[in-house]
Write a protein that binds this ligand. Structure first.
Ligand code: NOJ
Length: 483
């Protein structure tokens, strides 16, 4: 693929690219002629990108894939923006070599992708579809041939529809169905995958899928039922951890990718930092906290009262099965201040004028990347942390030269990476960063309207065009530094 570079040095190249300030500044920056050393990341820091099966693959009827809840949901009128579906998405099922070439060009050393459960088990359980793993084998071969290490998510929300028909995450049996699927995949692929994540963002698929109905399966169950769905999700995670360990090659690392509520001090006084740490533990009580501690917090259970989930002590032990790493998907931050409430903190609600990106929920909160890993390390002793997702939507425009000069995304990434660097300097054990996303893709209920990629995708032609942010990221990777 021919790629227009914003990093080329030389006046001719700059002139050829146009006369915008962005282009010239970026072109000069390759010489790393800035004063000082820049913000240098630890040696061996891993730079990656992330995608997910339903958001990029398309080919929903190919090679024996069964239907998922997202096929059903997106085909239900009125559920997604413009009625958009993931039927084709980025067509990465067929174009994966092009996508891997983009990764290689960026200089990525790792990549996070997900496996579609209904490709492997079209009926959810039982006999696997042999062609299901063939596709992922092709991807793994291509990644390894390009020197890129795959990190694999086993559940990024595309539940086989047949299992939803049996109650989905409301049915306690799903914990076993999920663990069996994960064990099967890990047994087959751990020869080429070193890091498995059981689930992506439990908070999202539970709270939005079963609690608000804006995501598949589109339900809005009662408070008590929702608490039980949460419990099934964390229990399914724990059972999957055990199944992966039992089936995978020795040394395979297991974790998860969760979007914690990222409490941060609104201003950095010692009292507010302490309050934010309490809030981080408490606000994640039903997901990361119970997974790390093996107990629900007293406040969480008391607050639910009669709606508290039903569980056994044995289940709590399974939920807290030891992990090798924690993945944090970080987009927004929740500012808190110390307060004399029983828990000792209070949320600072963002005022109306608080800046956000193209998605209205995406309030800019770079400090999340400083504090979330620090709190996870301090509260739970987590020693290996990855930022498994970070990035933003932007209202990208293709200009008359065919370029997408997404300076807003560059601004966003620069702010977040600066805070990440700060957190690492202060001791947070973050080993790698996965930018969401390599490509514009299917943004769930927002369809194709919200673009999160550093590569622009023309969904009519499937043409991929790296944006300015792609070169921004490439430059960081090349120098292992925010230059
Ligand atoms: C988190 C989810 O994991 C991903 O699927 C989604 O596209 C991004 N957030 C952006 O909303």
């Amino acid at each position: 693929m021919k790629r227009r570079s914003f990093l080329t040095t030389g006046a001719a190249a700059v002139a050829a690219l146009g006369s915008t300030g962005f282009v010239e500044a970026a072109a000069k920056s390759t010489t790393r002629d800035v004063e000082g050393k820049g913000l240098v990341f630890p040696q061996g820091f891993l730079w990656g990108s992330a995608t997910a099966s339903y958001q990029v693959e398309g080919a929903i009827h190919e090679e024996g894939r069964g239907p998922s809840i997202w096929d059903t949901f997106s085909h239900t009128p009125g559920k997604t923006h413009n009625g958009d579906t993931g039927d084709v998405a980025d067509d990465s099922f067929h174009l994966y070599k092009k996508d891997i070439a983009l990764m290689k060009d960026l200089g990525l050393t790792v990549v996070r992708f997900s496996i579609a459960w209904p490709r492997v088990f079209p009926n959810g359980t039982g006999t696997p579809n042999p062609q299901g793993l063939d596709f992922y084998n092709r991807i793994l071969d291509e990644l390894h041939a390009n020197g890129i290490a795959p990190y694999c998510t086993l559940y990024h929300w595309d539940l086989p529809q047949v299992l939803e028909d049996k109650g989905g995450w409301q049915n306690h049996d799903i914990t076993k169905w999920f663990a069996d699927y994960c064990g099967y995949v890990a047994g087959k692929l751990s020869d080429r995958i070193s890091h498995f994540m059981t689930m992506n963002e439990m908070r999202s698929f539970v709270e939005i899928g079963y609690g608000g109905g804006r995501h598949a399966p589109g339900l809005n169950v009662s408070r008590g039922k929702l608490a039980q769905v949460r419990h099934h999700a964390v229990l399914g995670h724990g059972m999957a951890v055990q199944a992966i360990r039992a089936a995978a090659k020795k040394g395979t690392k297991v974790g998860l990718a969760e979007n914690c509520e990222n409490a941060v001090p609104a201003i950095e006084t010692p009292a507010n930092v302490h309050a934010a740490e309490i809030a981080f533990r408490e606000e994640n009580a039903m997901y990361m906290t119970v997974i790390q501690e093996g107990r629900y917090t007293d406040h969480y259970l008391a607050n639910l009262g009669a709606d508290a989930p039903k569980f056994t002590p044995e289940e709590l032990k399974i939920i807290a099965s030891p992990l090798d790493f924690a993945g944090l998907n970080c987009y927004t931050a929740t500012p808190v201040i110390a307060d004399d409430t029983p828990l000792g903190y209070m949320h600072v609600k963002n005022p109306k004028s608080y800046p956000h990106m193209a998605s209205p929920w995406l309030y800019i909160g770079p400090e999340a990347l400083r504090w979330a890993p620090k709190f996870a390390a301090k509260l739970w002793g987590v020693k290996e942390i990855y930022i498994t997702e970070n990035g933003c939507s932007a209202d990208d425009v293709v200009d008359s030269k065919g370029c997408v000069l997404d300076s807003d995304r560059v601004m966003f990434l620069r702010q977040y990476l600066t805070q990440l660097h700060r957190g690492i300097t202060e001791g947070a054990p973050v080993k790698g960063y996965f930018l969401w996303s390599l490509l514009d893709n299917y943004e769930w209920a927002d369809g194709y309207e919200k673009r999160f990629g550093i590569t622009y995708v023309d969904f009519a032609t499937q043409k991929r065009t790296p944006k300015l942010s792609s070169d921004f990221y490439k430059n960081i990777i090349a120098h292992n530094s925010l230059v």
